[in-house]
Ligand binder design. Structure first.
Ligand SMILES: Cc1ncc(COP(=O)(O)O)c(C=O)c1O
Length: 464
């Protein structure tokens, strides 16, 4: 869609060389043609008024009017009263048809895990926070700040983490980042600089985690997960001194790390003088159980907890936090500074306002009810349609349906897709797949109850 410039005329980068032998009028026409052909300005986009462009380029208005008329005659521009001068040429260079990057929106029921209910984003609260921040932010907030993030959000996150996750930290140990993915990258870079070369990961686990470890130039050490979470006995047999875990709700199996495993894991970290990186991605949403505290609450020297609002609010906000032992904080902050000079300050202030005003908690309460209903709809539909009792339902918004031994995950996913149902298999999450039992991971965050029922019934014959 063409950009609309709501009353203000846009800036268009245009360079005129006063020492060149060509006239300024000729140069201007050429520059405009190039800008349109290259997609710098696109179909239907409005150009600056002739008065404005003339003033910006320090040329006469008549010269710009002539250029606009000439390009109009050539079919590049069109002019009409009240709508100004607009681009009339559709540059083939701008059209993007790369199938790899195109968003696939053609599935009627998409059970891909990881997506919260995007329609429930609390836009009114966000707008309220925008108003508050616009009124209260200082000029200083618009400058470069502390690499760890705005002190206000760090303070609010530290207090939230203690209140809701049972952790133990203060604002000095919090670094604001753009979500788990960046947070993990920062921590791994800091550990790599200290000489750590391998990192243990859950198998099955999130493929992005594996990718993040590899991108940090470190070796991936897969450690199996069973019905009580990461098998710490096997972790003990590796030489790794760093591990990444989804302790509160494992991705993808949904199991909660059992209490004895939690203690064993922290014992392992202490003994190795190692680090447990806790991916605390969806712990806000728990259903039948008492909330399980963050591992960090049991060891602030050996655990780094990374939180994110990608599930609790929306992935598009790109905000999260790293809560790290004091010994690692400055290296993580240095890495953050080198990477992007800190996360956007006004967005941080907005999030701080949401959290501190109680609006964030209210949103979470609302979402828990909504997700619990969707979870029940999924359980019922799977039981009724395919006689499957899904597992991993204690928290979050994904669950696993085990398939009969020998079932062909890939075939089921392909056939479901033909029926307009998007699925993801456990195979997608495996690091080493030998002898693994087949299963489907059902995300239910972004589908309403009716869609869940209809989606499951459309494929239930494939799951039996
Ligand atoms: C296991 C896990 N961790 C973390 C994240 C969130 O990553 P980010 O905060 O970078 O959006 C996701 C997102 O799907 C996830 O599934």
């Amino acid at each position: 869609m063409a950009t609309e410039w709501s009353g203000l005329t846009p800036e268009v980068m245009m360079h005129l060389d006063r020492d060149a032998s060509e006239s300024l009028g000729f140069q201007l026409q050429n520059a405009l043609r190039t800008a349109i052909r290259s997609g710098q300005v696109q179909l239907n986009e409005r150009l600056p008024s002739s008065r404005r462009m003339a003033s910006d380029l320090h040329v006469s208005r008549g010269l710009v009017q002539n250029a606009y008329e000439q390009l109009g005659a050539e079919g590049y521009l069109s002019a009409s009263v009240g709508s100004g001068t607009r681009v009339a040429f559709d540059s083939p260079l701008f059209r993007s048809s790369d199938p790899a990057t195109a968003v696939r929106d053609d599935l009627e029921f998409d059970f891909s895990p990881g997506r919260p209910d995007l329609n429930s984003f609390p836009m009114r609260d966000w707008l309220w926070a925008c108003g508050e921040v616009s009124r209260t932010a200082s000029a200083r907030d618009a400058g470069y700040g502390d690499a760890r993030g705005h002190p206000e959000l760090r303070r609010v996150v530290a207090s939230y983490f203690q209140r809701v996750r049972g952790g133990s930290t203060d604002a000095d140990n919090v670094t604001i980042c753009s979500g788990f993915t960046q947070g993990a990258g920062l921590v791994l870079a800091a550990l790599r600089a200290r000489g750590v070369t391998s990192v243990a990961v859950e198998d099955p686990g999130h493929p992005d985690v594996v990718d993040t470890v590899r991108r940090a130039g470190m070796q991936v050490v897969p450690v199996p997960v069973d019905s009580r979470g990461l098998v710490v006995e096997i972790l003990n047999e590796t030489t790794a001194s760093v591990v990444i875990v989804t302790a509160a709700h494992q991705t993808p199996t949904g199991v909660v790390l059992a209490p004895e495993r939690r203690h064993a894991l922290l014992g392992w970290a202490k003994e190795r003088d190692g680090i447990v990186i806790e991916d605390d991605y969806d712990s806000e949403f728990r259903y039948d159980r008492q909330p399980i505290g963050a591992l960090q609450g049991l060891s602030d020297r050996h655990v780094v907890t990374i939180g994110s609002v990608s599930k609790s609010l929306a992935p598009a906000l790109r905000l999260g936090w790293v809560i790290a032992p004091t010994a690692l904080v400055s290296e993580i902050a240095d890495e953050k500074w080198r990477t992007d000079r800190g996360s956007p300050a006004f967005d941080q202030l907005l999030l701080a306002k949401l959290m501190e005003s109680g609006r964030f908690d209210r949103h979470l309460r609302r979402m828990r009810v909504l997700y619990a209903a969707r979870r029940n709809a999924l359980v019922e539909a799977l039981q009724l349609g395919a006689r499957i009792q899904p597992t991993g339902l204690a928290a979050g918004f994904h669950a696993v349906a085990a398939l009969p031994p020998g079932a062909d995950e890939e075939h089921i996913i392909k056939e479901a897709r033909r029926r307009s149902v998007g699925l993801q298999g456990l195979g997608h999450y495996r690091v080493q797949s030998a002898g693994a039992a087949p299963g489907i991971v059902f995300g239910f965050g972004d589908l309403n109850e009716d869609a869940i029922r209809r989606g499951i019934f459309a494929i239930s014959d494939l799951l039996c």
